[in-house]
Design a binder for this molecule. Structure first.
Ligand SMILES: [Zn+2]
Length: 310
Protein backbone atom coordinates (compact mmCIF):
# COMPACT_ATOMS: atom_id res chain seq x y z
CA UNK A 1 0.00 0.00 0.00
CA UNK A 2 1.54 3.28 -1.07
CA UNK A 3 0.55 5.13 2.11
CA UNK A 4 2.30 2.57 4.28
CA UNK A 5 5.41 2.60 2.13
CA UNK A 6 5.86 6.28 2.84
CA UNK A 7 6.33 5.62 6.53
CA UNK A 8 7.97 2.20 6.64
CA UNK A 9 11.64 1.48 7.04
CA UNK A 10 13.23 -0.38 4.20
CA UNK A 11 13.83 -4.00 5.13
CA UNK A 12 17.50 -3.83 4.23
CA UNK A 13 19.93 -1.38 2.72
CA UNK A 14 23.42 -1.90 1.28
CA UNK A 15 26.48 -1.02 3.30
CA UNK A 16 28.13 2.05 1.83
CA UNK A 17 31.42 1.38 0.02
CA UNK A 18 34.07 4.16 0.05
CA UNK A 19 33.90 6.34 -3.06
CA UNK A 20 30.55 4.96 -4.17
CA UNK A 21 28.13 7.26 -5.99
CA UNK A 22 24.54 7.88 -4.87
CA UNK A 23 23.27 6.23 -8.04
CA UNK A 24 25.33 3.13 -7.34
CA UNK A 25 24.05 2.88 -3.77
CA UNK A 26 20.45 3.01 -5.02
CA UNK A 27 21.22 0.52 -7.79
CA UNK A 28 22.62 -1.92 -5.23
CA UNK A 29 19.51 -1.39 -3.10
CA UNK A 30 17.37 -2.24 -6.13
CA UNK A 31 19.23 -5.54 -6.59
CA UNK A 32 19.00 -6.32 -2.88
CA UNK A 33 15.27 -5.57 -2.77
CA UNK A 34 14.47 -8.23 -5.33
CA UNK A 35 11.92 -5.87 -6.89
CA UNK A 36 10.99 -6.96 -10.38
CA UNK A 37 10.64 -3.44 -11.73
CA UNK A 38 12.48 -0.24 -10.95
CA UNK A 39 9.24 1.66 -10.36
CA UNK A 40 8.66 -0.33 -7.15
CA UNK A 41 12.14 0.57 -5.93
CA UNK A 42 11.64 4.26 -6.73
CA UNK A 43 8.34 4.16 -4.85
CA UNK A 44 9.89 2.48 -1.81
CA UNK A 45 12.69 5.02 -1.72
CA UNK A 46 10.87 8.22 -2.54
CA UNK A 47 7.18 7.56 -1.90
CA UNK A 48 4.64 8.39 -4.55
CA UNK A 49 6.77 10.94 -6.34
CA UNK A 50 6.21 10.67 -10.05
CA UNK A 51 9.84 10.97 -11.22
CA UNK A 52 11.21 7.55 -12.05
CA UNK A 53 14.88 8.30 -12.21
CA UNK A 54 18.00 8.33 -10.07
CA UNK A 55 20.64 11.05 -9.92
CA UNK A 56 24.23 10.06 -10.57
CA UNK A 57 26.27 12.74 -8.79
CA UNK A 58 23.74 15.13 -7.23
CA UNK A 59 21.75 14.42 -4.07
CA UNK A 60 18.42 14.69 -5.88
CA UNK A 61 15.52 13.80 -3.49
CA UNK A 62 17.95 12.52 -0.87
CA UNK A 63 15.98 14.00 2.06
CA UNK A 64 13.07 11.75 1.15
CA UNK A 65 14.97 8.62 2.19
CA UNK A 66 15.49 9.85 5.76
CA UNK A 67 13.22 7.91 8.05
CA UNK A 68 13.31 4.95 5.67
CA UNK A 69 16.89 3.84 6.08
CA UNK A 70 16.99 0.96 8.55
CA UNK A 71 18.82 1.99 11.77
CA UNK A 72 21.39 -0.81 11.38
CA UNK A 73 22.55 0.77 8.10
CA UNK A 74 23.85 3.69 10.21
CA UNK A 75 23.17 5.96 7.26
CA UNK A 76 21.39 9.28 7.05
CA UNK A 77 20.73 11.56 4.13
CA UNK A 78 23.48 13.88 5.44
CA UNK A 79 26.01 11.08 5.31
CA UNK A 80 24.86 10.06 1.83
CA UNK A 81 25.20 13.68 0.67
CA UNK A 82 28.69 13.93 2.14
CA UNK A 83 30.07 10.58 1.00
CA UNK A 84 28.19 9.69 -2.19
CA UNK A 85 27.44 12.94 -3.98
CA UNK A 86 29.39 15.89 -5.33
CA UNK A 87 27.14 18.34 -3.46
CA UNK A 88 29.88 19.95 -1.36
CA UNK A 89 32.25 20.06 -4.31
CA UNK A 90 29.60 21.89 -6.33
CA UNK A 91 28.95 24.32 -3.47
CA UNK A 92 32.58 25.36 -3.79
CA UNK A 93 31.80 27.12 -7.05
CA UNK A 94 29.30 29.65 -5.63
CA UNK A 95 27.20 29.34 -8.79
CA UNK A 96 24.01 28.43 -6.99
CA UNK A 97 21.88 29.80 -4.17
CA UNK A 98 20.99 27.94 -0.99
CA UNK A 99 17.39 27.81 -2.24
CA UNK A 100 18.51 26.00 -5.39
CA UNK A 101 20.31 23.38 -3.32
CA UNK A 102 17.29 22.96 -1.05
CA UNK A 103 15.17 22.32 -4.13
CA UNK A 104 17.21 19.36 -5.24
CA UNK A 105 17.56 17.89 -1.74
CA UNK A 106 13.80 17.97 -1.26
CA UNK A 107 12.87 17.29 -4.89
CA UNK A 108 11.06 20.58 -5.26
CA UNK A 109 12.43 21.01 -8.74
CA UNK A 110 9.36 22.04 -10.67
CA UNK A 111 10.30 25.69 -10.78
CA UNK A 112 13.98 24.92 -10.71
CA UNK A 113 14.46 22.89 -13.89
CA UNK A 114 16.91 25.42 -15.28
CA UNK A 115 18.87 25.43 -12.06
CA UNK A 116 18.95 21.66 -12.11
CA UNK A 117 20.24 21.61 -15.69
CA UNK A 118 22.89 24.18 -14.78
CA UNK A 119 24.00 22.14 -11.79
CA UNK A 120 24.46 19.07 -13.97
CA UNK A 121 26.45 21.14 -16.41
CA UNK A 122 28.62 22.51 -13.62
CA UNK A 123 29.48 18.98 -12.47
CA UNK A 124 29.54 16.92 -15.63
CA UNK A 125 30.27 19.57 -18.27
CA UNK A 126 27.94 20.68 -21.07
CA UNK A 127 27.77 17.17 -22.51
CA UNK A 128 27.10 14.73 -19.67
CA UNK A 129 28.82 11.48 -20.42
CA UNK A 130 28.07 7.77 -20.14
CA UNK A 131 28.63 6.12 -16.78
CA UNK A 132 32.37 5.55 -16.59
CA UNK A 133 34.56 3.04 -14.86
CA UNK A 134 38.21 2.15 -14.25
CA UNK A 135 39.01 -1.48 -15.13
CA UNK A 136 41.62 -1.62 -12.35
CA UNK A 137 39.06 -0.42 -9.77
CA UNK A 138 36.70 -3.18 -10.90
CA UNK A 139 39.46 -5.72 -10.31
CA UNK A 140 40.43 -4.36 -6.88
CA UNK A 141 36.81 -3.75 -5.74
CA UNK A 142 35.85 -7.31 -6.65
CA UNK A 143 38.81 -8.61 -4.69
CA UNK A 144 38.08 -6.43 -1.67
CA UNK A 145 34.28 -6.23 -1.54
CA UNK A 146 33.15 -9.15 -3.68
CA UNK A 147 31.53 -6.75 -6.15
CA UNK A 148 32.24 -3.48 -7.87
CA UNK A 149 30.22 -0.27 -8.07
CA UNK A 150 30.01 3.07 -9.89
CA UNK A 151 32.60 5.41 -8.38
CA UNK A 152 31.54 9.01 -7.86
CA UNK A 153 34.88 10.52 -8.87
CA UNK A 154 34.83 8.80 -12.28
CA UNK A 155 31.63 10.64 -13.26
CA UNK A 156 32.89 14.21 -12.69
CA UNK A 157 33.96 16.70 -15.37
CA UNK A 158 37.73 16.91 -15.83
CA UNK A 159 38.34 13.38 -14.52
CA UNK A 160 39.63 11.33 -17.43
CA UNK A 161 41.92 9.05 -15.40
CA UNK A 162 41.38 7.09 -12.21
CA UNK A 163 43.06 9.02 -9.38
CA UNK A 164 43.94 5.76 -7.60
CA UNK A 165 45.34 3.70 -10.50
CA UNK A 166 46.21 6.39 -13.05
CA UNK A 167 44.28 4.30 -15.61
CA UNK A 168 42.32 5.97 -18.40
CA UNK A 169 38.58 5.74 -17.69
CA UNK A 170 36.33 3.77 -20.00
CA UNK A 171 32.84 4.75 -21.14
CA UNK A 172 30.29 2.06 -20.37
CA UNK A 173 27.53 1.36 -22.86
CA UNK A 174 24.95 2.90 -20.56
CA UNK A 175 23.27 6.13 -21.57
CA UNK A 176 24.66 9.50 -20.66
CA UNK A 177 22.98 12.00 -18.39
CA UNK A 178 22.63 12.78 -14.73
CA UNK A 179 19.20 11.29 -14.19
CA UNK A 180 18.84 7.68 -15.25
CA UNK A 181 15.58 5.80 -15.38
CA UNK A 182 17.24 2.40 -15.00
CA UNK A 183 19.72 0.91 -12.60
CA UNK A 184 22.62 -0.34 -14.65
CA UNK A 185 25.11 -2.78 -13.22
CA UNK A 186 28.77 -1.94 -13.32
CA UNK A 187 30.51 -4.29 -15.82
CA UNK A 188 31.95 -7.48 -14.38
CA UNK A 189 35.70 -8.15 -14.61
CA UNK A 190 35.62 -9.93 -17.97
CA UNK A 191 33.40 -7.30 -19.60
CA UNK A 192 35.47 -4.47 -18.11
CA UNK A 193 38.69 -5.98 -19.47
CA UNK A 194 37.14 -6.50 -22.90
CA UNK A 195 35.81 -2.92 -23.05
CA UNK A 196 39.19 -1.60 -21.90
CA UNK A 197 41.00 -3.57 -24.63
CA UNK A 198 38.53 -2.34 -27.27
CA UNK A 199 38.95 1.22 -26.12
CA UNK A 200 42.76 0.98 -26.16
CA UNK A 201 42.64 -0.40 -29.70
CA UNK A 202 40.82 2.63 -31.09
CA UNK A 203 42.24 5.49 -29.00
CA UNK A 204 45.40 7.36 -29.86
CA UNK A 205 48.07 7.93 -27.19
CA UNK A 206 46.97 10.79 -24.97
CA UNK A 207 49.47 13.69 -24.99
CA UNK A 208 47.79 15.05 -21.84
CA UNK A 209 47.97 11.93 -19.72
CA UNK A 210 50.14 13.56 -17.02
CA UNK A 211 48.17 16.79 -16.55
CA UNK A 212 44.87 14.88 -16.62
CA UNK A 213 46.16 12.52 -13.94
CA UNK A 214 47.18 15.49 -11.85
CA UNK A 215 43.80 17.18 -12.38
CA UNK A 216 41.97 13.98 -11.36
CA UNK A 217 44.04 13.91 -8.16
CA UNK A 218 43.09 17.51 -7.30
CA UNK A 219 39.39 16.91 -8.02
CA UNK A 220 39.44 13.72 -5.94
CA UNK A 221 41.03 15.61 -3.04
CA UNK A 222 38.48 18.43 -3.35
CA UNK A 223 35.55 16.01 -3.44
CA UNK A 224 36.64 14.65 -0.08
CA UNK A 225 37.78 17.89 1.54
CA UNK A 226 35.60 20.66 0.18
CA UNK A 227 33.92 21.55 3.44
CA UNK A 228 37.32 21.90 5.08
CA UNK A 229 38.49 24.25 2.32
CA UNK A 230 35.48 26.54 2.67
CA UNK A 231 33.69 28.75 0.21
CA UNK A 232 34.49 30.16 -3.20
CA UNK A 233 35.30 33.55 -1.65
CA UNK A 234 37.81 31.88 0.65
CA UNK A 235 39.40 30.12 -2.34
CA UNK A 236 39.65 33.43 -4.22
CA UNK A 237 41.35 35.00 -1.18
CA UNK A 238 43.88 32.17 -1.29
CA UNK A 239 44.54 32.71 -5.01
CA UNK A 240 45.01 36.41 -4.42
CA UNK A 241 47.38 35.81 -1.54
CA UNK A 242 49.65 34.04 -4.05
CA UNK A 243 48.99 35.99 -7.21
CA UNK A 244 47.93 39.45 -6.08
CA UNK A 245 44.80 41.10 -7.45
CA UNK A 246 43.54 38.95 -10.29
CA UNK A 247 42.87 40.22 -13.78
CA UNK A 248 41.99 38.38 -16.96
CA UNK A 249 45.58 38.18 -18.28
CA UNK A 250 46.82 36.79 -15.00
CA UNK A 251 43.98 34.27 -14.78
CA UNK A 252 44.55 33.01 -18.31
CA UNK A 253 48.30 32.77 -17.82
CA UNK A 254 47.73 30.81 -14.63
CA UNK A 255 45.10 28.46 -16.04
CA UNK A 256 47.21 27.66 -19.09
CA UNK A 257 50.32 26.84 -17.10
CA UNK A 258 49.82 23.17 -18.05
CA UNK A 259 49.66 24.28 -21.69
CA UNK A 260 47.12 26.06 -23.88
CA UNK A 261 46.39 22.80 -25.71
CA UNK A 262 45.58 21.12 -22.42
CA UNK A 263 43.09 23.86 -21.55
CA UNK A 264 41.53 23.44 -25.01
CA UNK A 265 41.27 19.72 -24.36
CA UNK A 266 39.47 20.22 -21.03
CA UNK A 267 37.22 22.86 -22.61
CA UNK A 268 36.82 21.74 -26.22
CA UNK A 269 35.42 23.77 -29.10
CA UNK A 270 33.49 26.88 -28.14
CA UNK A 271 33.79 26.12 -24.44
CA UNK A 272 37.24 27.65 -24.13
CA UNK A 273 35.90 30.93 -25.55
CA UNK A 274 32.97 30.81 -23.15
CA UNK A 275 35.41 30.29 -20.30
CA UNK A 276 37.54 33.23 -21.36
CA UNK A 277 34.45 35.38 -21.61
CA UNK A 278 33.25 34.30 -18.18
CA UNK A 279 36.70 34.93 -16.63
CA UNK A 280 36.67 38.40 -18.16
CA UNK A 281 33.30 39.29 -16.60
CA UNK A 282 33.35 37.29 -13.36
CA UNK A 283 36.99 36.54 -12.60
CA UNK A 284 37.10 33.33 -10.55
CA UNK A 285 33.64 34.01 -9.12
CA UNK A 286 30.83 31.70 -10.22
CA UNK A 287 33.07 29.33 -12.14
CA UNK A 288 32.50 25.59 -12.54
CA UNK A 289 34.37 23.51 -9.95
CA UNK A 290 36.72 22.17 -12.63
CA UNK A 291 38.03 25.73 -13.19
CA UNK A 292 38.92 25.96 -9.50
CA UNK A 293 40.55 22.53 -9.70
CA UNK A 294 42.69 23.75 -12.62
CA UNK A 295 43.64 26.89 -10.73
CA UNK A 296 44.64 24.88 -7.65
CA UNK A 297 46.61 22.51 -9.87
CA UNK A 298 48.51 25.41 -11.40
CA UNK A 299 49.35 26.82 -7.98
CA UNK A 300 50.88 23.58 -6.71
CA UNK A 301 48.03 21.07 -6.53
CA UNK A 302 47.19 19.07 -3.40
CA UNK A 303 50.25 20.18 -1.36
CA UNK A 304 49.30 23.82 -2.03
CA UNK A 305 45.63 23.50 -1.07
CA UNK A 306 46.07 21.09 1.84
CA UNK A 307 48.46 23.60 3.37
CA UNK A 308 45.52 26.00 3.67
CA UNK A 309 43.05 23.45 5.00
CA UNK A 310 41.80 24.86 8.26
ZN1 LIG B 1 40.95 2.79 -10.57
Amino acid sequence: MPGDQDAAWLRAFPVLIPGESYYSLLARYHRLSGNLAEQYTFRELFGNRPALNAAVTLPYRVRLIDGKLPPESRLSSDLVVRRCTAYHYLRLSGLFTDAAFEQILQARTKRGRNQWARMIQALQGPHPRHLRFCPDCIRSDTREYGESYWHLIHQIEGVEYCPVHGTRLIDSHWPDGEKLAHFYNVPDRETADRLAAESRAVSAPDPFEKPYQELAGVIDWLLRNTDAVGTESRLIELYESDLGILNIEKLLRQLTSAGVKFLESVFPGKEVLELTDSLYWNGMHHQRPVVHALMIMSLGGIPWISHYKS
